[in-house]
Structure formats: structure tokens, C-alpha cells
Design a protein around this ligand. Structure first.
Ligand code: 5GP
Ligand code: ZN
Length: 114
């Protein structure tokens, strides 16, 4: 259920510190260590699933909860003008940490034009 070499499993287990913003029995959300936006949080399942390509029907409940949590967290964190969600999957998807996670980027985007 957890991978001893996985950085997000270590965060879930409290072996690596993180700035947590939400936790329940199935999910953990915390600030990204290298934020790309004024508010940049990661939502992860507590169970180790390497990527979105590895999900199955038994994961349906917490997958749905991840989407429901994003707007709640943005509201709680004071993001009022929109945000972007992203699940990077596999090498061509730009995934670096192989424990499924959803990025939620809120606040003005430094890369946005104008
Ligand atoms: P990926 O490219 O896999 O979608 O994104 C992985 C994200 O995890 C990156 O944005 C990176 O900054 C973040 N990250 C990697 N290691 C840690 C860590 O130890 N703590 C936190 N809070 N974020 C991490
Ligand atoms: Zn893991």
C-alpha cells in the first residue's frame, strides 16, 4: 500500500515534513516545495498509486474526492479569480514523482501574458 522509496509516501507517513493544508483518511494535500504559482498545492491519495495510468475502479471514490477537494481548498486559501488543475502522467506528461498527484495552481500566473 505504500512504497518505501516514494517521496509522497514518506510525506503521507510524516517521515518528510510538508506544509499540509488538508488531510482525511484517504487524501492529503500540501504546498508544493517549488511553487509555480502564488498558491500551488498537491492533492495525493494516501495509498501508493504510481500514476493516473495505474488507477482502477477500486480507486473511484478517492479519485472523485480529489476533484471535489480542489475548489474547496482554493476557496479556503483565498483564491478568488480561478485556478488550474493538472495531473501529469508518465514521461511525456512531465511526471517526475511517481505517486499520483493533482497540482492545483491558484493566483495570478507568472507565465501569463499582459
Ligand atoms: P510532477 O512533475 O511529478 O507532476 O510534479 C512533482 C511535484 O512535486 C513538483 O512540482 C515538485 O516541486 C513537488 N515535490 C517534489 N518533492 C517534493 C517534496 O519533498 N515536498 C513537496 N512539498 N513537494 C515536492
Ligand atoms: Zn507513494
Amino acid at each position: 500500500m505504500s512504497d518505501p522509496n516514494c517521496v509522497f509516501c514518506k510525506i503521507v507517513a510524516g517521515q518528510i515534513p510538508s506544509r499540509k493544508v488538508y488531510e482525511d483518511d484517504e487524501l492529503l494535500a500540501f504546498h508544493d516545495i517549488h511553487p509555480w504559482a502564488p498558491v500551488h498545492v498537491l492533492i495525493v491519495p494516501k495509498v501508493h498509486v504510481a500514476s493516473l495510468s495505474d488507477v482502477d475502479a477500486s480507486h473511484e471514490k478517492w479519485l472523485g474526492k480529489m476533484l471535489l477537494l480542489a475548489p474547496k481548498l482554493m476557496k479556503d486559501l483565498g483564491v478568488t479569480n480561478g485556478y488550474r488543475t493538472s495531473i501529469n502522467t508518465g514521461p511525456d506528461g512531465g511526471q517526475e514523482v511517481y505517486h499520483l498527484h493533482m497540482h492545483v495552481f491558484g493566483g495570478p500566473r507568472p507565465w501569463a501574458k499582459g
